[in-house]
Ligand binder design. Structure first.
Ligand code: SF4
Length: 178
């Protein structure tokens, strides 16, 4: 449903605003790398803009911080609807290594509603492009549903109480002299 909506609304062009709310810059470098001519994100119509007022999508990096939460929320509210938010990197998706720091509130979904998650520390530019293209319905999923079967394995009994019941088994409870 969301993918169909994305394809209809953002299928030809996607202007992205890049927001770092407190990450280590590892994810920023990979996002900017994905936007360079080498990876050529513009072939999907993805273009970086400098203001949230011109953006369709917010790319969030870093965890939600106490110090930047308000600015992040204001940037989100400045974006015109319809809008999407991508959480990029483990910090944005779940708080990452900083999740229990006093300065960190947790994942960015605590501040802005996240539509898509691209985990990794940091995710490679290929993963970011693939995640965005997948979310927009430009490529098909590369996975097939797997069937998982539970199997019960016999557990050997070694408790002396269990052994005592078995015939032909001698259980020594204390050292004996022969
Ligand atoms: S996910 Fe990793 S690379 Fe990205 S901001 Fe967090 S610590 Fe840095």
């Amino acid at each position: 449903m969301l993918r169909q909506l994305c394809r209809k609304m953002f299928g030809r062009s996607l202007w992205v605003y890049h927001a770092n709310s407190g990450g280590c810059n590892g994810c920023d470098i990979e996002v900017l790398n994905a936007l360079t001519p080498y990876y050529d994100a513009e072939r999907f119509g993805i273009k970086l803009v400098g203001s949230p007022r011109h953006a369709d999508v917010m790319l969030c990096q870093g965890p939600a911080m106490r110090s930047t939460a308000r600015a992040l929320r204001r940037a989100y509210e400045a974006m015109p609807a319809p809008k999407l938010v991508f959480a990029i990197g483990s910090c944005a998706c779940g708080g990452g290594v900083w999740h229990d720091s006093y300065a960190v509130l947790g994942p960015v979904e605590k501040i802005v509603p996240v539509d898509f998650y691209i985990p990794g520390c940091p995710p490679r530019p290929e993963a970011i492009l693939y995640g965005v293209a997948l979310a927009l319905g430009l490529v098909d999923k590369k996975i097939v549903p797997a069937e998982v079967r539970a199997e019960v394995l016999p557990v050997p009994k070694y408790h002396p109480e269990d052994l005592r019941r078995e015939e032909e088994v001698t259980v020594y409870t204390k050292a004996e002299k022969f």
